[in-house]
Design a protein around this ligand. Sequence first.
Ligand code: CA
Length: 230
Amino acid sequence: MTDLLVVEDDDQLRKALVLTLRSRGYSVHAAATGSDALEWVRTTRLDVVVLDLGLPDIDGVRVIGQIRERSGVPIVVLSARRDQSDKVTALDAGADDYLTKPFGIEELLARLRAAARRSGAPVDSGVVRTPDFAVDLGRKRVVATTGDEIHLTPTEWGVLEVLVRAGGLLVPGADLLRDVWGPQFEAQTNYLRVYLAQLRAKLEPDQGKPRYLITAPGLGYRFDASGTGG
Ligand code: CA
């Protein structure tokens, strides 16, 4: 299991991140201040640190420097600051990656997988097979049963990944929009129509009769790996 430390002083955001990341199979510790974060780094083996830059006690960039004095753990920075120089300062101080708030949870998960891969931590690397193609969640690619890779755009992959990881359960359209595009896009159901059509064109043997990417009208979408469309 990948051990994460989430450092965020915004109670609501911290709790939401902890819940979401736990539901995605991470072991998650949480800190609300820079000094708590440094205590965790001193005492616990961590695979990735997710660090908000605006902390109440110690500036986030200084926290990065102090973590780096004792640990090479990958650091993914979260910041509401849009200033490009903050990004450079954080990266120069030793951060590995940088996300500007607001961000979509799928984007954070992608950065965490990349960070965990770099640190050699185990990643969720399942392959989900259907009669026509296989979805490799670890390598983020789709391979047809003929052996040819089916190329997806990053957004197409994001939509497919959320549906596949739901394990056949219905994913409400608003959840899909929030996970792939971000919370401010929950009402953009036209995005889903566009991207589902693109995915079906690439993955479905008969786009007019989807077997894998099933629409539940007015509710959402689900992925049927059996390909029976049932
Ligand atoms: Ca903050």
